[in-house]
Design a protein around this ligand. Structure first.
Ligand code: ADE
Length: 276
């Protein structure tokens, strides 16, 4: 596919990603642009997209059939997936992970992305319709993962989400490694707000501290706004084991300050309400 064969010549391949789908063009589009495409061009990553229909044996290239037991919709047949994976094993080597995106899977997280980014080779098998014959999941998959509590029309978007999150963790893919290490979820709290020029736009000014050139104050402001956002939007992250493990004294102190200030302004408001 574009961005793999010729581009990988002469370079050390760090990671191979194989994606099996009935919509190969949808997935190839993703691999043709942006960070992932650049990683392919530079030979850091080698993405191969396989059309599930190429692994059928009938004239009509049928990949689905009605579900045993009745019910609506169609189910993707097992044989083409078994043949596709056998072909991948033969031509591209044994994968470390065979991932099936599915709403029934465990939740995809940053930690899983980091783990898979250390693998030499991962495979993603995309389902459509009502799903994939369960024997594919039982016999071939090492992992079944969901990217969120909603149902997509197929596994392709989820596979692209996983591939993107994994590939950007491969060393050398993102130019400035700090971008990756400072990602939200690289730390178990949300990211701080970002601004660029102009310093004022339609009456909205960039916070003065970011223009001050005072690095320690900038760092303090960033930590504080990151923790304020996390408290407002994802307080669950602050109770998780990841937070306890990662939060240093600075983070704990800043969080205590924010909570104390909020508690103070809440009780102040209550007092004023009672007085009036
Ligand atoms: N396929 C359909 N919905 C999905 C989801 N939420 N996550 C992963 N794969 C899916």
């Amino acid at each position: 596919m574009a961005g793999t064969d010729a581009a990988t010549e002469g370079a050390t391949i760090v990671m191979r990603v194989d994606i099996v789908t009935i919509f190969p063009e949808m997935v190839r589009g993703f691999a043709r642009e942006g960070i992932v495409a650049r990683a392919c061009e530079r030979g850091v990553v080698d993405i191969a997209v396989h059309d599930l229909r190429d692994f059928t044996t009938d004239r009509h290239r049928v990949v689905d059939d009605s579900p045993f037991g009745g019910g609506p919709g169609m189910v993707l047949k097992p044989e083409p997936f078994f043949r596709a994976l056998a072909h991948i094993r033969e031509t591209r080597g044994e994968p470390s992970a065979v991932i099936v995106p599915s709403p029934q899977g465990r939740r995809f997280t940053h930690d899983l992305a980091v783990g898979w980014s250390r693998a030499e080779h991962i495979v993603l098998l995309c389902g459509r319709y009502e799903g994939i014959d369960e024997r594919v999941v039982e016999a071939l998959a090492t992992d079944e993962i969901s990217i969120g509590d909603y149902v997509l029309s197929g596994g392709e978007l989820a596979a692209m989400v996983v591939a993107d999150a994994v590939v950007r963790q491969v060393p050398g893919v993102v130019g400035d490694a700090r971008s990756v290490s400072e990602d939200s979820f690289a730390r178990p709290w949300l990211d701080y707000p970002h601004y660029t020029r102009p310093a004022e736009w339609e009456g909205r000014r960039v916070p003065d501290v970011l223009l001050s050139g005072h690095h320690a104050q900038v760092a303090r402001w960033r930590l504080r706004t990151a923790l304020e956002r996390t408290l407002d939007r994802r307080p669950d992250l602050l109770d998780g084991p990841g937070f306890a493990a990662e939060a240093g004294a600075d983070v704990e102190r800043t969080l205590r300050e924010i909570r104390a200030e909020r508690q103070g302004s809440r009780s102040g408001r209550q007092e004023r309400k009672q007085e009036s």
